[in-house]
Design a binder for this molecule. Structure first.
Ligand SMILES: C[S@@+](CC[C@H](N)C(=O)[O-])C[C@H]1O[C@@H](n2cnc3c(N)ncnc32)[C@H](O)[C@@H]1O
Length: 252
């Protein structure tokens, strides 16, 4: 392993840093303001060509930075890998303040792939934030792979205790039928674990418990799919802020 890639291995074990794997993840992270400290590629010129083709908004950002040539691990598609600083955890502040857009809360999720996929859809729908309880780190490399680097598009973090002034809505297959237009403004949308669903203590705190209607015989949706269904039903019912879908990302 080259000295350069040893820096990437060290970053994997450092809670202040995150590792971004693949061009797609690096592109999203840069676009949403990540502080990328090191960028490696098997072929730096190919990365600039890829940016010209897939992310012209980042040509200038990439022009000003060093892409170090390094033999990146073959299973990483596009041969690009980067190290970025993990942003401060702002999710507790987001939960404490009221707001217009909902916050997604996953209670003790078990599969980091689900966490990443749910973060990706929360970023796409422009949710206000994304919180998890339990022991899993939502910034784990497996979750970052699943989100394609979109962790940087909204506050994402783990919480020890839920302290919020926002209305709490529990998503559970045995709840009342979900009516997207009636979701309380700025709700915390709570989703349960893959196997057991929401815990009783959290269900008890919810001001409403709602179900995404399903065909008879289907017991539940996959966790990340349920997050996608609710967020996009809410989005389509309430419309987009600003100029509509595809609103320009923040300048990097
Ligand atoms: C795989 S499901 C868990 C299934 C679990 N046996 C249960 O009954 O809740 C994971 C989570 O996705 C959400 N979910 C899945 N399907 C849903 C539906 N039809 N309505 C509301 N929430 C749903 C819930 O938050 C659930 O806790």
């Amino acid at each position: 392993v080259s000295a350069r890639l040893r820096a990437v291995q060290a970053a994997r074990g450092d809670p202040r840093l995150v590792v971004l794997e693949g061009f797609h993840a690096v592109k999203h992270a840069l676009r949403f303001g990540a502080e990328v400290t090191q960028l490696f590629a098997a072929d730096p010129d190919a990365v600039r060509a890829l940016a010209a083709e897939l992310a012209p908004d980042l040509i200038e950002t990439l022009a000003g930075r060093t892409i170090q040539a390094a033999p990146v691990v073959p299973e990483i598609h596009t041969g690009v890998i980067a190290v970025a600083r993990r942003p401060p955890n702002e999710i507790e502040a987001v939960l404490r303040q009221p707001g217009a857009a909902p916050v997604v809360l996953l209670e003790n999720p078990r599969r980091l792939g689900n966490v990443g996929a749910a973060i990706r859809v929360a970023a796409a729908a422009d949710a206000a934030g994304f919180a998890v309880t339990g022991t899993g780190d939502p910034w784990d490399p497996s979750a970052l792979r699943g989100s394609a680097g979109l962790h940087f598009a909204l506050p994402v973090g783990r919480i020890q205790r839920l302290e919020t002034r926002r209305p709490l809505v529990g998503l559970t297959p045995d709840g009342e039928d979900f009516t997207p237009g009636e979701l309380p403004v700025g709700a915390v949308l709570a989703f349960g674990t893959e196997r057991h669903g929401l815990s009783w203590p959290l269900l008890e705190r919810c001001e409403s418990r709602v179900a995404i209607p399903m065909r008879a015989g289907v017991s539940s949706l996959n966790l990340a799919t349920a997050v996608a269904a609710v967020l996009f039903a809410w989005r389509l019912a309430t419309g987009w802020p600003g100029s509509g879908p595809g609103v320009s990302p923040p300048a990097t």
